[in-house]
Ligand binder design. Structure first.
Ligand code: FE2
Length: 409
C-alpha cells in the first residue's frame, strides 16, 4: 500500500497519520520499536489503513498564539533595547534575568495570560506554541559545535526566550549540560548524528527532559532560529492528559510503582555515562492530574509487567502525539511535568545553515534547588559535585535522587 514511501528494513507501517499539514505524514510503527519517519506522501493519509487503536498526530493549532506583526515589532524593539543595555553580561546574572522578565511584559496581554494559565493549570496538549516571536534580522551561521560564541549575537531572540521562560517559571540550567549555559543551542553536530540527544539527527525518542535530575525542568522552551532545509524535523509532544485514558487499569497501576530506572543522559557531561537512578514510578500524584516521568530510550523496566506497561504507555503516546515543524520565530513551551517530547529524523548539511533551536529551562520554584546552586547562580552544579552518586551492588553506580539535599522538585 505504501510502496512509494521509504520504510526502513522489514518494518511495515501500521499507522499513517496526519501531521497538521495536509502534505506531510508520519509513519508510526508501534510494534517494532521507536520509529517515526516523516515523509511526503503521494497518497492522502486518510487513504491508508489507519490502525484502529491509534488516533492521529494533530497540530497544536488550538494552543497556538500568533503575534501580529505590530506586536512582534513592539516587543522586538523592547528586547533589543534591554539586550543592548546589558551586553557583555553573562546570562547567569540576576539583574539581566530580571530585566528580561520585566521586558517580557511588553508581550501581548493574551500571550502573558495564556502562559500564566499554562504555568498554573497546564492544558490537555501539554504545550503552548507562540508564533511570530521577534527574532534577529541577521542570525549568524548555525554553530557547528553547538555553542553560539556570544548571546549578544542573537540579542532579540535571547531576551524574548528568557522573557517567556521567566513567565512560566524561574530560569534554571545545569553545569553538566551544554557547559551550564542558560540558553543552549540545539543543533546537529557532525559525528553525533546517531546520538539520542540534542546534537543528533536520528529520531529522538519521546522523553521527559532530564528526568533523572532531582531538579529537572518544569518547563522547556524551544525557540526556532532556523528550521531544517527539508522541513522534516517535526517536534512532537505527548501529553499525559491525552495518553493516559487509553491505558488499562492494570498498566496504570503498575506505572505507579517504583519499577523503572532511568539512565543519565549522555549529554549530561563528563563521567555520567552508565549511571542511573534508583527505581522510580512513571506516574505519581493524583489520579486526575498525575505527574509523568517517562523516557522510551533511557528508561529500564525492572519487571516483566513493568515492561509491558511501558510498551502500552508508548503506544498510547504514539497514538496521541501532537506537534509540527518549528519555523523561525516559533517558541514552543512544553510542560515537562505532564508531557514528553521528541523529534523526527531529519537531514543535516553541516554548512552553517542547519536547523537551529535554542533551549531554555524553567522551574516553578528556583528556591528548591538552592542547595545545589552557587549563591546567586541559576546553574545547578554537576551531579558528581552534588554528591548523589553512591556505590551500588549493580554494575553501574546509582544516582540517589531521594537524597534529602535534593528532594522537593
Ligand atoms: Fe529533550
Amino acid at each position: 500500500m505504501h510502496s512509494d514511501w521509504p520504510v526502513r528494513g522489514p518494518r511495515i507501517p501500521d499507522q499513517l497519520c496526519r501531521f497538521g499539514r495536509p502534505n506531510l505524514g508520519i509513519i508510526l510503527d508501534a510494534r517494532e520499536g521507536p520509529v517515526i519517519q516523516v515523509r511526503e506522501p503521494t497518497l492522502l493519509p486518510d487513504a491508508a489503513g489507519v490502525h484502529p487503536v491509534h488516533g492521529t498526530v494533530t497540530s497544536l493549532d488550538d494552543v497556538t498564539l500568533t503575534l501580529t506583526d505590530a506586536e512582534r515589532e513592539a516587543a522586538g524593539e523592547a528586547f533589543a533595547s534591554s539586550a543592548r543595555a546589558l551586553e557583555g553580561r553573562p546570562l547567569d546574572d540576576e539583574e539581566l534575568l530580571t530585566e528580561a522578565e520585566l521586558t517580557g511584559l511588553r508581550l501581548p496581554r493574551r500571550v502573558l495570560e495564556a502562559l500564566r494559565r499554562f504555568r498554573r493549570h497546564g492544558n490537555d496538549a501539554g504545550a503552548v506554541l507562540i508564533r511570530n516571536m521577534p527574532t534577529d534580522a541577521a542570525a549568524p551561521a548555525t554553530p557547528a559545535d553547538g555553542f553560539l560564541p556570544r548571546w549578544s549575537d542573537l540579542p532579540v531572540a535571547t531576551f524574548g526566550q528568557l522573557a517567556v521562560a521567566s513567565t512560566v517559571g524561574d530560569v534554571i540550567a545545569y553545569a553538566d549540560e551544554k557547559a551550564g549555559r542558560i540558553v543552549q543551542d540545539v543543533v546537529p553536530v557532525e559525528g553525533a548524528e546517531r546520538r539520542q540527544e540534542n546534537s543528533g539527527t536520528v529520531y529522538l525518542e519521546l522523553h521527559t527532559e532530564d528526568g533523572f535530575h532531582p531538579h529537572k525542568p518544569d518547563f522547556i522552551t524551544l525557540m526556532c532560529v532556523r528550521p531544517d532545509h527539508g522541513r522534516r524535523a517535526h517536534t512532537v509532544v505527548g501529553a499525559a492528559a491525552r495518553a493516559l485514558p487509553l491505558l488499562s487499569a492494570r498498566s496504570t497501576a503498575v506505572l505507579r510503582e517504583p519499577l523503572f530506572r532511568l539512565k543519565v543522559s549522555s549529554s549530561f557531561g563528563d563521567g555520567s555515562t552508565g549511571l542511573c537512578t534508583d527505581p522510580l514510578p512513571v506516574l505519581s500524584g493524583t489520579a486526575a492530574a498525575p505527574d509523568l516521568l517517562a523516557d522510551f530510550h533511557a528508561m529500564e523496566p525492572l519487571r516483566e509487567d513493568a515492561a509491558a506497561a511501558l510498551e502500552e504507555l508508548k503506544s498510547a503516546f504514539l497514538a496521541t502525539l501532537r506537534g509540527g515543524v518549528l519555523e523561525e520565530g516559533d517558541l514552543l513551551v512544553v510542560d515537562n511535568r505532564t508531557a514528553i517530547h521528541g523529534r523526527s529524523e531529519f537531514a543535516a548539511r553541516f554548512d552553517g545553515t542547519d536547523r537551529w533551536l535554542r533551549r531554555c529551562f524553567a522551574v516553578t520554584d528556583i528556591r528548591r534547588s538552592r542547595a545545589v546552586r552557587p549563591p546567586g547562580s541559576r546553574v545547578c552544579e554537576s551531579l558528581r559535585t552534588i554528591g548523589l552518586f553512591v556505590p551500588d551492588a549493580s554494575p553501574a553506580p546509582t544516582l540517589r535522587i531521594e537524597d534529602p539535599a535534593c528532594t522537593g522538585s
